[in-house]
Design a protein around this ligand. Structure first.
Ligand SMILES: [Zn+2]
Length: 311
């Protein structure tokens, strides 16, 4: 079929834009901030759905639609089970669903068996809610560190095709030495194929400036974030969180019967997060003007020549 002139013009314009605009990978670590903070504070009912994730997700999905951007949502099992309708909304909006583990336990505090069980639980939840097995994984707090590189083998055994748990940030102790700042296949001792997609880091001279997360955007001028991303190599990765897009201030709402120390800690955590997240929507809008934002799975399919999803 011969395209109309209007269609041809659009295609040329898109090609032109694609050629000019660098591509950045967009992801969201989809977790319920209230669940995680309540667990840290020892609240017995921490698994119950927090009050803010629905409005955070709605606000984030609306912004992504406005920016014409699709993202990878690394879903946390315990949060997905508390908010199944939100996972459905994410899938319905055309975003990729990947895995952030089940209970947000750090990989470097687990045995291979525990990690496998956590992955299995998260994977089953995602398959039950989405009908598709996740291809990608991101460890909570980038916790696949040097001493737990067995984790990659466990990921392969559970059917994962790519990992996004490496972040060459000075704040992550014992981080894995990156073979490349760009996405690359990992060489695994027992075979199997797994690609690594590192988080965005700008490396002027010998410095390392993380530019992929909103907690860094909070303390950097937007121009530095944009400049850093343009120099962070091929397919730099962004990692965001729903709470960074909450239209209201975060509030732990523990109830007046909670112990004073718990309530105080909750107030401090909320204040820290509120300060760190303020600029996230504005900076993401500026990034979307300058870069093409795509989900990790799309880059993975392109690079590894594999189908973007398996069931
Ligand atoms: Zn997380």
């Amino acid at each position: 079929m011969i395209p109309s002139r209007r269609e041809s013009l659009m295609t040329v314009a898109e090609l032109h834009r694609g050629a000019e605009r660098q591509t950045v990978l967009l992801s969201v670590d989809f977790e319920d901030w209230h669940q995680l903070v309540r667990r840290r504070l020892g609240a017995p009912d921490w698994e119950r759905p927090g009050p803010a994730l629905p409005r955070q997700t709605e606000s984030l999905l609306a912004l992504l639609t406005k920016l014409d951007a699709r993202a990878t949502f690394f879903i946390l099992g315990v949060s997905a089970r508390a908010h199944p309708q939100l996972v459905e909304a994410i899938v319905a909006a055309g975003h990729e669903v990947a895995c952030h583990g089940d209970a947000h336990r750090l990989v470097n505090r687990q045995t291979p068996q525990e990690f496998g069980e956590d992955l299995g639980a998260a994977r089953s939840t995602i398959v039950a809610l989405c009908g598709t097995a996740p291809l990608g994984f991101r460890a909570p707090a980038f916790s696949i560190t040097r001493e737990v590189d067995w984790a990659y083998q466990v990921l392969v055994e559970h059917g994962f095709g790519y990992d996004a748990s490496q972040h060459d940030s000075p704040r992550i102790r014992d981080r894995v030495a990156l073979a490349s700042a760009a996405p690359h296949p990992l060489s695994l001792p027992n075979g199997g194929s797994l690609w690594e997609f590192p988080a965005a880091v700008w490396r002027p001279q010998r410095m390392r400036i993380p530019v992929g997360g909103a907690s860094y955007w909070a303390v950097m001028p937007t121009s530095a974030v944009l400049n850093g991303l343009s120099r962070a190599g091929e397919f730099p990765g962004l990692y965001l969180h729903p709470h960074e897009f909450d239209p209201q201030p975060l509030n732990i709402s523990l109830g007046s019967d909670a112990p004073l120390a718990q309530r105080t800690h909750g107030i401090v955590r909320a204040a820290q997060r509120n300060a760190a997240r303020r600029r996230a929507p504005g900076v993401l809008r500026e990034i979307a003007k300058r870069f093409r934002l795509i989900p990790y799975g799309e880059a993975y399919a392109r690079l590894s020549d594999r189908a973007p999803a398996r069931s």
